[in-house]
Design a protein around this ligand. Structure first.
Ligand code: PEP
Ligand code: MN
Length: 312
C-alpha cells in the first residue's frame, strides 16, 4: 500500500485535504447538522424486516437519543441466497417470513418494486419520530426511486470505488455516507473523497468500518476496527467528517461499546450502529446487533466521552 506523498497533496488530493479555514463544509440530513462540533448517532436494523419492526426501533432509538435512523433495504449479499427482498415482512416477534423461495434471484425490476414498499414505511417511521433516514444504494438506477424516500445515501464498503455509483450520487443533493473498503488505504479513501470534490459534491462523510487483518482475535469477528485511521484521516482531511461503524467493524456485539467509545475518543464525528429488538433473530448480521437497553447506555456514555474530549 502506498503512503500519502507531498506530490499527492498538491496534485491528487488538493480539495479533499483543505483545512476548515480554507473550506467551510456544510452537511445536513434534513434538520440534522453533521460535523462541525456535532456528534451524529445513527442507529437501526441491518435490514428492514417489517413496518412494525422499523416503527418500534425508530421509537426506541429516538428515546435513547439517536439523531438518525438506519436500515438496509437493498443488501449487498456475500451469497446470492436469502435476499431480504425475497422474504415476506416478519411479524412483530421477528419470525422470519419464508413464503418466497430463498433461492430465487430476483430481477432488478422486481427488486425495485419490492424495495419501494419498504422504503415507504421506513420513511414514515423516520418522519413520525423525527429521525432522518439513511440507506445503502447499490444500483445507480435506483437513485431516482430512493431519492423520494431517504434523506442520506450510503455507499457500502464493497462499492467504495464503484464509479457508476459515485458519478450517480454526485448528481444528487442528498448527503452521502461512504464507507472505507476493508482493504483500501487512507490514500485510496482520500482519492474517493477527491472524486466527489472534483464533481462539486461536498456534502459527504466517510465511515471507517473495519479492515482485513491477519487475525481477528476471535472466530466470530471478520474485521478489525481501524481506530488509528480516524486520527490519520482527521490530520489529512480535517474538513470532512469521519464516522465509525462498530457493528460491521467488529461483527461481534461484545465489542460494540468499547470500540464506539474508542472511536469517539479518537475524534469520530458520528457513529452508525445496528440495533434490533431481538438481536439473535435479526435477518442479517445477528451476531453484531445490540438491543435497546444496551443502546441506551451506549448513547449516554458516548455523548459524555464526546463532550469530555471536545471541551478539553
Ligand atoms: C450496512 O451498513 O448495512 C453494510 C452492509 O455495511 P458495509 O458496507 O460496511 O458492510
Ligand atoms: Mn449489517
Amino acid at each position: 500500500m502506498k503512503d500519502i506523498t507531498e506530490k499527492d497533496l498538491k496534485e491528487n488530493i488538493p480539495l479533499a485535504t483543505r483545512t476548515i479555514q480554507e473550506f467551510e463544509r456544510i452537511i445536513k440530513a434534513e434538520k440534522v447538522n453533521i460535523g462541525r462540533g456535532n456528534l451524529t448517532i445513527i442507529a437501526g436494523p441491518c435490514t428492514i424486516e417489517s413496518k412494525t419492526q422499523i416503527f418500534e426501533i425508530a421509537k426506541e432509538v429516538k428515546e435513547a437519543g439517536a439523531d438518525m435512523l438506519r436500515g438496509g433495504v437493498f443488501k449487498p449479499l456475500t451469497f446470492p441466497y436469502n435476499d431480504p427482498l425475497n422474504r415476506k415482512d416478519s411479524d412483530s416477534n421477528c419470525q422470519q417470513g419464508n413464503d418466497y423461495s430463498s433461492r430465487i434471484v430476483l430481477s432488478l425490476d422486481e427488486k425495485l418494486k419490492r424495495a419501494e414498499k419498504r422504503f415507504g414505511y421506513f420513511k414514515e417511521a423516520g418522519e413520525k419520530y423525527g429521525l432522518p433516514i439513511v440507506s445503502e444504494i447499490i444500483y445507480a438506477n435506483s437513485l431516482e426511486m430512493m431519492s423520494k424516500y431517504v434523506d442520506m445515501l450510503q455507499i457500502g464498503y464493497r462499492h467504495m470505488f464503484n464509479m457508476d455509483l459515485i458519478e450517480a450520487v454526485s448528481t444528487s443533493k442528498k448527503p452521502i455516507l461512504i464507507k472505507r473498503h476493508a482493504g483500501q488505504s487512507l490514500r485510496d479513501l482520500l482519492g474517493v473523497c477527491e472524486h466527489f470534490e472534483a464533481r462539486n459534491k461536498h456534502n459527504f462523510v466517510v465511515c471507517e468500518r473495519g479492515v482485513v487483518a491477519p487475525h481477528t482475535h476471535e472466530s466470530n469477528s471478520r474485521f478489525i476496527g481501524d481506530i488509528q485511521s480516524i486520527l490519520a484521516f482527521k490530520k489529512y482531511a480535517p474538513s470532512i467528517p469521519i464516522f465509525f461503524d462498530p457493528s460491521h467493524a467488529t461483527f461481534n456485539r461484545d465489542y460494540i461499546n468499547g470500540m464506539t467509545w474508542a472511536a469517539v475518543a479518537a475524534g469520530a464525528d458520528g457513529i452508525i450502529i445496528e440495533v434490533h429488538p431481538n438481536p439473535e433473530k435479526a435477518w442479517v448480521d445477528p451476531l453484531q446487533a445490540i438491543n435497546f437497553k444496551n443502546f441506551k447506555k451506549l448513547v449516554k456514555v458516548t455523548r459524555e466521552i464526546y463532550d469530555l474530549v471536545h471541551k478539553s
